[in-house]
Design a protein around this ligand. Structure first.
Ligand code: ADE
Length: 224
């Protein structure tokens, strides 16, 4: 999988995408992730990437030119399956959409900032618009990290135990069942006997039952 992220705040990506599973996926050569600074693509002598909105109104708007130049440069080197703009008015992201996207190979994620981006970018350059929830972030960067992380962990070989992505919450529209580790008795708080019984069929049946119960209690909407 290849992910190119276009942003005017590249420093924001230094932490989350350079640790743990994401870092290992890159070291194993399973994922290539590059951050592109929009300011490197402006022809403007002040390196500005935003301007006032035509017609007035508060807030600056990201200009089409640096975005188009950046995307065109990337497209000369790779083909992209999706060019995704992160925006609160996009399609709401969930595990189902994550699974669908994970079948694709190459992505550009475009992070908006300020008031938004010139509508012509959305009309002519973007193939998909995604929101990570009904709230407004100060930019698309955190949303791009959410997308990158949730996509990368679905790439075959990235998780050590391949089954573990399948047993995540939301796969099958069920929340994951409770899990426990040693000690089996802590201050009298005991692990359910079935889990230490060694009886695999009973353990599976218990887990399924618990997953359904938890979903009924916490997220009944998923069962509809
Ligand atoms: N940019 C600002 N808010 C966002 C959201 N909720 N989802 C995706 N991108 C955003």
């Amino acid at each position: 999988m290849r992910i190119d992220i276009i942003t005017c705040l590249p420093g924001l990506f230094e932490g989350p995408l350079t640790q743990s599973i994401v870092k290992r996926s890159m070291e194993k050569g399973l994922v290539e992730l590059k951050i592109h600074n929009l300011r490197d693509y402006t022809s403007n002598k002040h390196s500005s990437v935003d301007d006032y909105a035509f017609g007035g109104g508060a807030g600056m708007v990201l200009m089409i030119e640096p975005i188009d130049r950046c995307i065109s440069t990337l497209k000369k080197k790779s083909d992209y399956d999706e060019i995704i703009y992160l925006t609160p008015d996009g399609e709401t992201y969930n595990q189902q959409l994550a699974n669908q996207l994970s079948l694709k190979e190459n992505f550009i994620f475009l992070c908006g900032h300020y008031k938004g981006i010139d509508q012509r970018v959305r009309d002519h350059l973007i193939t998909k618009e995604i929101s990570i929830g009904d709230y407004v972030l100060s930019g698309g960067e955190l949303a791009a990290m959410v997308l990158a992380d949730s996509q990368i962990r679905l790439v075959p070989g990235v998780l050590n135990n391949e089954i573990s992505a399948l047993s995540d919450s939301f796969q099958d529209n069920l929340l994951a069942p409770p899990i426990y580790t040693r000690p089996s008795d802590y201050k009298g708080w005991k692990v359910p006997d079935v889990l230490t019984s060694g009886h695999n069929a009973n353990i599976e049946a218990w887990r399924y039952e618990q997953a359904v119960k938890r979903t009924e209690n916490k997220r009944p909407d998923l069962l509809n």
